[in-house]
Every structure is written in C-alpha cells, then in structure tokens.
Design a protein around this ligand. Structure first.
Ligand code: PEP
Ligand code: MG
Length: 585
C-alpha cells in the first residue's frame, strides 16, 4: 500500500547499510541510533579500587532490597487481582534473589575480583542462565529466562533504564522488539523513531507508535548487529527503509523529506475545521481512540465528535499498576470533562494478548491472543469488573459515557457482563451515588463468532463497535504482532469484508448503531469501502483524524456502495486491493 507522501524522492538511498523492514508507522526521522540490546551484554565491566568495594556492595544491597520490595508488591497485587497461581513467577524471582550461592558468587566477584557491581550481577546471572538453559528438564530450562529477567531488573535499579544510553539528544531506538509497555512509558520527544527486529504492524506497540506520530519499522533481521549506538540513521517509516550512516546527499534528502512531510501534515490539519460529510452530504461521526486524559483533551482541541474508544488498559499500563476504583474514576472523569458533553466510550480492561500491566505476561501462555484475555479475565474476577463498572458509572452523567465490552465471543458472555453491571448499579444506588441510569452498553465485534451473531448481540445491547485489528487477526489466523506473517495481515481480505458486512446488517436488523474503531478506519484507502459497507461512525487515533476526514470528504456515496459490492464479491484480497488502488494488492 502506498502511504508515502514523497514518492517523487525515488533515488536509491546511500549509506553504510540500507535496511528494509515492514512499515509500521509512517514518518521520516534522522537521528543518532541508540541500540538497546540485552542489558546483560551491555554492562561496562570495570575494575574497581579496593576503596570502592564497600560502596559497590552498598549499591548492590540497595538495588536488591528495592527489587525485593517491588516483587512483594507485584506478588500481592497479582494475587489480589489474578489469583495466587498467577503470582508464582514473582516468587520464583524472589527465590533467585535469595539463593545463597548466587549472591555469594556476586559478592565474591566484587570483593575479591574487584569487579563493579552491575558487571558482577550480569556475569553471575548469565552463568546461571547458561547452566539452566542446557538442562534436560523443561522446567529448569524455562527458569533460565527468569534468572536473566531478575538480573536485568537488579541492574536497571542500579543504573536506571536509560543509564547505559550515552546519548542525551533525541534518538532512533533500535531494539529487538517493541513492547507495548515501552511505548506506553516512553519519554515523549526523546525517541524520534523505532527500528526493530520483531513485531507486526497491528501490535499495540505499533498502534501506540502511530498515535504518537513516531515513525517505526519492524522485521529487520539481526538489527542489533547492523547499527552501532551513535551512528546516524535516516529512516522512512512509511516505506520501511532505514539508512545507516547515510551519505551527505541522502541525509540532506531525508531532512528535506521530513520538512516537506511536516508541511503536508500542517496543510492536512486545515481539513479539521470542516465537517465530516461525504460529497453528497452523508454525515459521518468521526471520533477518537485515546489512552489517557491528555489524549482526550487533544481530541477535544482537534474537534473530534467524541471518544469512540478509551482503551482503559492503557491507563493502567502507563501507571504500571492495577488502578483501584477511585484512581480509575479520576482518570475517566478527566476524559469526560475534556469532552464537555460529547460522548466518551470507555472500554473495560482488555489485558492479555500483547498488553500487560507490568512488563511481562505473567501467564506465559503459548497462544496469549487466544487465551486468558480481556473480558474472559474480568468475568472470572468479578471484584475487578465491579470496581471498573462502578468507576465508569460514577464518571457518567446522562448521555455522556458509554461502556464498551471487548473480546465478547458469545451472547452468554454479554449477559454475564450485563448481570455484573446491574450489580454495580445496585451497589451505587444503595450508597446513594448518582450515575447515568440509562448508560449505553456496547459490544466490540472483534472475534469472528461475534460478527456471525452480531444480530443477536445487538438485540441485547445498545451499540456495536467493530475492532478490525483483532477481527483480521482472528479471521485470517495471522498474529497481529508477528513480523513473520505481517504480509498476510490484509484487512481487505474478502472474508473480513464479509464479516464486517454481516455485523453491519446485524446491527441494522436490531435497529442499533454500529461504529468501527480498528485501524482500518484510520487508513484513508479503506474509508470509501467502509462507508459503502454501511458504516457511518468511525473512531481513529487523533493523529489520523485529518487523513480520515479528508478521505470521508472525498467519498461519493453511490460510488462507494458499488465499490463495496464489488469488493465483497471479489475472490481474492489482491483483487480487492486492486479495486482500492493499493500497491501490490
Ligand atoms: C481492535 O481490535 O480493532 C481494537 C480497536 O482494539 P485493540 O486494538 O485495542 O485490540
Ligand atoms: Mg481488539
């Protein structure tokens, strides 16, 4: 798909190396690279003076004490939120930290070999991990990962996460993978681009990169060996090209492209002042997907029609903890106040898959996207669900807030969730706390089974919202976060279009509204097709409002309807791609 706005610049780029990967987030960046590899391999090994030994031991003890405290907090929290068995991983980490032979080896390296504390930890953890990973027993082999993990955590507490980054200026982050938690906690303005080895185009980290407007590309094999920290990289996220140590000519060209892009973005932004109507006057509601109160304020500034999706798990992920009812209430209230009466759709927690509160998946499932995720977790944990419902209800006043339930796969799940909502309402009534008694409840259509029974779901709720990011993944069996299969991730596959059409018909048959909040709506090439399929409400990240609005204003309804008919009847995704004018189908 051609999303590049600078096709005129077609000369072959020159530099020490030209890397190609999967385009993840468009944009041009030129900056020195920070290569973030395995922290255990990047530790500076230093011989310390005898006089420094005590100081190094104190730093080590402080860091271990801090990590133990954090592990205790994590254990309590996860036990409370998800149950004791899910917290076992933290107990394993504590046990590693308390292992006398491990600690003695580290102390010995500092005291007798005069090695600096972080190098002593790295050395020992690598040694133990190597021994474990060659064990015959699977359980022991799996523990190698935990040993490295806890070693990294102790070192990070001694150094600070960014301490081994020698660059103080903004940089392009080069790493093996981009985790959603990294993007969520990333310092704004410090990272100008991402180049990674792993990761697909629709992972949550990718979506975050796009909504932050940070260029990103993935799927560059062996990336950590191809760039050195400090080397300038010129990257084009839309094309998935990164030039390492570009020639003066190439560097100047990328700088020019960056300026041109900023100018185009500025021009495109002027469309925001115009209404979202097609050429023939069909009105489309254009809302925002947000992850925080700040983004909700930005949505209001940009004239968005409302919040079509507040990903509540992102609020938890930024805080790096499971928020209690009051903290949630505050966060939701912020968004509601920012939108001053325009609707705010708050989605209940969608954790699991590639989203975790904390940095790692505590469950280690083999197929996390098909596993213990989202509403499945909440229905199992009524305390969490009730607290979230109460917080959302408390933030509501008539007509302002809507509740959206993610990952619903059947009418039974919807009924169970609605039962819990009734309980939460009763609890508030008993306490005399006001809320919107008629709060609307919607269901995400992001699992094929839900699309197939959309008519029945629509009868029992107030609205539907299609999440194409997951719907594509589950329909085509293509992991949205994998670079290996990203070429198969095609939202315009006729099978996906059939499910969207089915969901639209299902909503219409029940007389309920339906919107689309997946990334498809933020891709201008898909907008005529989606309008032709009958959709009249979209929700996209703030950064995509101008592009989507411009695409809406270019649509002619009759042409769009014919296009959709042809696309739904097409035999292959490539044929639909050709209809839509996508490069390469
Ligand atoms: C989707 O799946 O399309 C969606 C909007 O939800 P998320 O990307 O958060 O999974
Ligand atoms: Mg989803």
């Amino acid at each position: 798909m051609s999303v590049s706005s600078h096709d005129s610049e077609t000369r072959v780029p020159e530099g020490r190396a030209v890397l190609h990967g999967t385009p993840v987030s468009p944009g041009i960046a030129v900056a020195p690279a920070f290569v973030y590899g395995d922290i255990l391999d990047e530790i500076e090994v230093r011989t310390i003076d005898a006089s420094e030994v005590e100081g190094e031991l104190a730093r080590l003890h402080d860091a271990i004490a801090l990590v133990k405290k954090e592990l205790l907090r994590d254990t309590e929290q996860v036990t409370r939120e998800l149950g004791q068995d899910k917290a076992d991983i933290f107990l394993v980490h504590s046990m590693i930290l308390e292992d006398k032979s491990v600690l003695d080896a580290i102390l010995d390296a500092i005291r007798n070999d005069h090695v600096n504390a972080e190098a002593a930890v790295a050395q020992e953890m690598k040694r133990v991990a190597a021994v474990l990973s060659s064990a015959d027993d699977r359980y022991l082999r799996d523990r190698a990962y935990d040993v490295s993990d806890i070693g990294k955590r102790v070192i990070e507490r001694m150094l600070g996460v960014w301490a081994h980054c020698p660059l103080s200026q903004p940089m392009i982050l080069v790493s093996r993978e981009l985790r959603a938690s990294d993007t969520a906690s990333m310092e704004r303005g410090r990272i100008l681009g991402f180049v990674t080895e792993l990761g697909g185009t629709e992972s949550h980290a990718a979506i975050l990169a796009r909504s932050l407007g940070v260029p990103a590309m993935a799927g560059v094999e062996g990336i950590l060996d191809k760039v050195r920290t400090g080397e300038v990289v010129a990257m084009d996220g839309a094309l998935g090209v990164a030039v390492v140590a570009p020639s003066a000519d190439t560097r100047a060209r990328y700088e020019r492209m960056r300026e041109e892009e900023a100018r185009e973005r500025h021009e495109l932004a002027s469309v925001l002042e115009l209404p979202a109507v097609t050429r023939d006057g069909t009105e489309i509601a254009l809302m925002s997907n947000v992850a925080s109160g700040d983004e909700a304020r930005r949505a209001a500034e940009l004239g968005s029609d409302g919040i079509g999706l507040l990903r509540s798990e992102m609020v938890f992920m930024s805080a790096n903890l499971f928020l209690d009812e009051d903290a949630q209430f505050k966060a939701y209230r912020e968004a509601v106040e920012a939108m001053a009466g325009r609707p705010v759709t708050i989605r209940t927690l969608d954790v699991g898959g590639d989203k975790f509160v904390g940095t790692e998946n505590p469950l280690r499932e083999h197929n996390p996207n098909l596993g213990y995720r989202s509403t499945r977790v909440l229905l199992d944990r009524p305390d969490l669900l009730l607290a979230q419902f109460r917080a959302i209800l408390r933030a509501s006043s008539p007509g302002t807030v809507r509740i959206l339930l993610p990952m619903i796969s059947s009418v039974e799940e919807l009924r169970q969730a609605l039962g819990r909502l009734d309980e939460a309402k009763s609890e508030l009534r008993l306490k005399g706390i006001a809320f919107d008694e008629n709060i609307l409840v919607g269901v995400m259509i992001e699992i094929p089974s839900a699309a197939m029974v959309a008519d029945r779901l629509a009868k029992e709720c107030d609205f539907l919202s299609i999440g194409t990011n997951d719907l594509v993944q589950y329909t085509l069996a293509v992991d949205r976060g994998s670079s290996y299969v990203s070429r198969l991730y095609r939202p315009h596959d006729p099978s996906v279009l059939a499910l969207i059409a089915r969901a639209v018909e299902g909503a219409a048959s029940a007389g309920k509204p339906i919107s689309l909040c997946g990334e498809m709506a933020g891709t201008p090439a898909y907008v005529p097709l989606l309008i032709g399929l009958g959709l009249r409400e979209f929700s996209v990240s703030n950064g995509r409002l101008p592009g989507t609005k411009k695409a809406i204003r270019d649509v002619d309804l009759d042409t769009a309807i014919s296009l959709a008919k042809e696309a739904v009847a097409a035999i292959t995704a490539s044929a639909v791609g050709a209809l839509l004018g996508l490069d390469g189908g």
